[in-house]
Design a protein around this ligand. Structure first.
Ligand code: FA5
Length: 359
């Protein structure tokens, strides 16, 4: 179209006719193989910067003045018509390409999703239990297990709790409906009875497990964990008890943590004591966690009462022993500096994910 100077309105109409024909034959050539890329090429060929329609617009400039409005109008109609057709072709081509892709890559909904899972971590109570058991195994203790749903006999009677003994009220108990004298154990001391009825002395046993009481505040939960320990042999005395407790506490909490024993009453030991660890959070100064006392109660301990030995058929003349029952959650609270015991059982991933994978 280099001689555009000579263009008249008639030439222009003729040229428009040619362009339409070329457009139609280009599309016919594409046939069923309509690809988005081919439609894009057509757009460039007809409407691009050097395209056929653009060239025709350029030719307008050299047309006689009186022809210009008429020619401008028909060229514009041509451009708009082609734009519309190309847009429709583009959509058709894209749909075709999508169909083709889906036919070639059929979606297999049964394929497992490829999700990278992060490595989990251990629950602080599990970590604490493992640390304790490792240390007690080192001291020659055997690990024992016992029932969480148990009879009153093992949890109370054989442990020297009289029927109307006020100590039964100290531990608010969950009873199993319609099952006489069946309860959720209130402490792991029931394992003393199960073990002693099945084994003969000498015994050196630890038994971690879940325990239950109607209780809930910063340092109490209705389900919690205790670790029971007991040693039965000839000639066991309080010095042995103190030695074992000291050794394992130093190993678990370090040398610099203060401990204290307070005389206390448990019907299955005589004498009995309560055992406290210095509050790690405030180092004994007093805070919310230790209720401003500087100490956190970890558990009870004492020399096994002769009545317990009699209840399981051991001679209290021949054997002596000591027993202790410590709260694992309380120890985890100290070791991991937790401010509220209840966090341990709320199942929050943000909280639980902070702990190590191995002790
Ligand atoms: C007992 O349960 C005795 N069986 C311990 C014992 C064993 C004494 C052997 C003598 C010989 P006590 O009720 O104090 O004792 O509980 C022991 C520990 O369990 C407490 O010091 C505390 O660390 C933990 N504990 C008790 N109740 C809860 C609770 N609701 N939530 C979390 N921890 C608790």
């Amino acid at each position: 179209m280099s001689d555009a100077k000579t263009y008249t309105l008639q030439d222009c109409v003729k040229k428009i006719e040619d362009i339409r024909q070329t457009f139609a034959s280009d599309i016919a050539q594409l046939g069923g193989q309509l690809q988005p890329r081919a439609v894009e090429d057509l757009k460039v060929k007809f409407l691009g910067r050097k395209g056929l329609v653009t060239e025709l617009m350029e030719a307008l400039k050299s047309m006689p003045k009186e022809d210009k409005p008429g020619a401008g109008k028909v060229i514009n109609e041509l451009r708009q018509g082609l734009e519309k057709e190309l847009e429709a072709l583009k959509i058709k081509a894209e749909e075709g390409a999508l169909d083709q892709h889906l036919n070639q890559h059929r979606l297999d909904v049964s394929l497992p999703v490829q999700v990278r899972r992060g490595q989990g971590s251990l629950h602080p109570v599990t970590l604490m239990r493992r640390i304790l058991l490792t240390e007690f195994r080192r001291l020659g203790f055997t690990v024992y297990d016992g029932p969480e749903v148990d009879l009153d006999f093992y949890n109370f009677s054989a442990l020297n709790f009289k029927d109307d003994h006020p100590a039964r009220d100290m531990q608010d108990t969950f009873f199993i409906a319609d099952r006489a004298k069946t309860i959720l154990r209130t402490h792991t001391s029931n394992i003393q009875i199960h073990a002693m009825l099945h084994e003969k002395p000498p015994l050196r046993i630890v038994a971690p497990g879940r325990t239950y009481r109607c209780d809930s505040d910063l340092t109490h939960t209705p389900m919690f964990h205790q670790i029971e320990g007991f040693v039965v042999d000839r000639g066991i005395d309080m010095g042995d008890m103190k030695g074992v407790i000291d050794r394992f506490l130093k190993a678990v909490f370090g040398e610099d943590l203060e401990t204290r024993l307070r005389p206390s009453f448990f019907p299955f030991v005589e004498p009995g004591a309560e055992f406290d660890l210095q509050c790690v959070a405030c180092r004994g100064k007093g805070c919310r966690i230790c209720k401003q006392t500087g100490w956190l109660e970890i558990g009870g301990l004492g020399m096994i009462h002769p009545n317990v030995f009699e209840a399981v058929g051991y001679s209290s003349e021949e054997y002596t022993g000591f027993a202790f029952g410590f709260g694992i959650d309380r120890m985890a609270m100290l070791r991991y500096k937790l401010s509220d015991l209840r966090q341990l059982f709320e199942g929050q991933q943000d909280f639980l994910g902070q702990f190590p994978t191995y002790p």
